[in-house]
Ligand binder design. Sequence first.
Ligand code: MRU
Length: 367
Amino acid sequence: MKVDGRHFRSIWLAEDGWSVDAIDQRRLPHEFVIAHLTGASDATEAIRSMLVRGAPLIGATAAYGMALAMREDASDAALDHAYTMLLAARPTAINLKWALDEMVRLLRPLPPSERMAAAYRRAIEIADEDVAINQGIGRNGLTLIEQIASTKPPGEAVNILTHCNAGWLATVDWGTATAPIYMAHDRGIRVHVWVDETRPRNQGASLTAWELGHHGVPHTVIPDNTGGHLMQHRMVDLAIVGTDRVTAGGDVCNKIGTYLKALAAYDNGVPFYVALPSPTIDFSIDDGLREIPIEQRGAEEVATMTGRTADGRIETVRVVPDGSPVANYAFDVTPARLVTGLITERGVLRAERAALASAFPERSAGH
Ligand code: MRU
């Protein structure tokens, strides 16, 4: 998507043809900084520190990380080491394991002399595939927005609520939850997005609002607790969120707070859609509540807030009393029964085992 008129992806091969550039998402919305990754440990640290984040982008970064690893040392031992190191960077998004498994399946049978070139080719392909998948999600989600738009009085916007950032910054380009929104906006459909701020890291307020603003999509940032009130007052036509892992049975793991929005949507009859690329489906597990590891992050993310002062300095301030313990669960699980539909690159599916398996037979086979 465009930043000040120039097209960017969230991650790309640098001009030197071997290192990797990525937008440093820790610095947005106040500073636009490009980070330069030159080794597998840089890629690991970028994922761990959330310089890059969002399930599909974590996967693409890991694929590039494997290519950087093969450039340093293409032995079997180095392959295993890079896999283990990158996999440990974050626990919840299954796209990380998917991308690493893809790379190892391709690289292991090759002689070490061929591994580096093959790894770069596949990493670039994984990034390009992500863009194409998201465009497919966009086209399928667009039909849902068009349907709702056709029921509205002329000139009235379709109000869409989203949580966290499942936008182009969370993927390689387009985003998952945002792809249908961008496509609707580009086709002249009036849309307005309610953007949950998404404490504690504020991916909604910092990243989704920044993205939508740069693309000219009307939006309003709301505190996380506001969605239920808006739904009770018929101010939300549909919710579209992203996900870090969907089970074979359609349970959805996403940023903490997603479950509460799904409950409010269910109680108010608001359609609740989840947009996902197929690498986010984990056909090896059924029960999202018991089987998905939920990342717990540092207390400082909850105890402090970072922002820009009136005179332009970036500062971090403490908002919790010294000594008060805090908890920081980064994700929660929304049971399939609360999900209206899964917007995938192969259509809008019911959140059910049979629908997922028949849309993605090559992925579900063997599970
Ligand atoms: O902790 P984050 O910022 O990596 O969490 C991101 C999300 O929860 C997104 O909704 C999810 O990864 C889908 S991104 C298309």
